[in-house]
Write a protein that binds this ligand. Structure first.
Ligand SMILES: Cc1cc2nc3c(=O)[nH]c(=O)nc-3n(C[C@H](O)[C@H](O)[C@H](O)COP(=O)(O)O)c2cc1C
Length: 235
């Protein structure tokens, strides 16, 4: 297996750091190949703009998707974007490792998606989306640390179900570009649990990461289930 981990935490000694190191060690020991984009360590620039491209389609008005379509045809993605795209095409499975920040991705990781997941048929577009997406056949999983404990993210909890909070990422980003989405690996309140509990989380994560090909996935509907208006067909 070829695993691509995109790691978004500013502190190497954080529990996020421990999770990524545990995954890398377990995968390498089992003979798999691992590539990690440690976004903070790389100084990855998450701000989209003309810096995304070496080509220019319209110098007077910046339309990102139009510039992406043009760059896709002319090989015009900036080297930092092209390098991340190459890792996506290389991998069999993608892991997004991040702390939940404001019910979503840390800005550096959201910006990585904004810049790297380019339109014009390179990463999506031209009929390539969902189960007909560019990355159909590959798997992806979010590994998330969460400040709050499980009850507050339950169906009746104050913050609402974690599955709904992660829907924009799992469905709107990962499945949108074709990945089969594995159920997320969730760590609650890593700073407020015992060292033994943290070790148990790490052991469970090593197991999950070695089980990526079999791990249970989120059963999203297929494009064929929808009519021409993208509304679910009635039976
Ligand atoms: C900017 C910011 C936003 C945060 N937003 C949330 C949030 O929406 N929900 C939550 O449960 N915890 C939130 N937290 C807490 C982090 O999720 C928590 O500290 C982290 O997952 C712990 O992992 P770490 O020890 O590896 O940093 C936030 C923390 C920061 C710094």
């Amino acid at each position: 297996m070829r695993i691509f981990i995109v790691h978004a935490h500013p502190e190497p000694n954080s529990f996020n750091g421990a999770l990524t190191r545990a995954a890398e060690q377990a995968l390498v020991a089992a003979g798999h190949e691992v590539v990690i984009s440690d976004l903070y360590a790389m100084g990855f620039n998450p701000v989209s703009g003309r810096r995304n491209f070496t080509t220019v389609r319209d110098a007077n008005y910046y339309r990102q998707q139009a510039e992406e379509a043009n760059a896709a045809v002319h090989g015009g993605f900036a080297p930092d974007i092209q390098a991340e795209m190459d890792k996506l095409f290389w991998c069999d499975a993608l892991i997004l490792q991040f702390p939940l920040w404001w019910f979503g991705l840390p800005a550096i990781l959201k910006g990585w998606v904004d810049r790297v997941f380019a339109s014009g048929g390179r990463i999506y577009g031209g009929g390539k989306w969902y189960d007909r997406g560019v990355f159909a056949g590959k798997r992806a999983m979010c590994s998330v640390t969460i400040g709050g404990p499980p009850p507050i993210y339950s169906d009746r909890g104050l913050n609402g179900p974690i599955s709904e909070i992660l829907f924009p990422i799992n469905h709107g980003i990962l499945y949108f570009v074709g990945f089969t989405v594995i159920e997320p690996f969730l760590v609650h309140a890593p700073a407020r649990i015992s060292d033994l509990e943290r070790q148990i989380y790490l052991a469970r994560y090593r197991e999950r990461i070695l089980d990526l090909p079999q791990a249970s996935t989120i059963p999203y509907p297929k494009l064929a289930d929808f009519d021409v208006h993208h509304v679910l067909k009635s039976n």
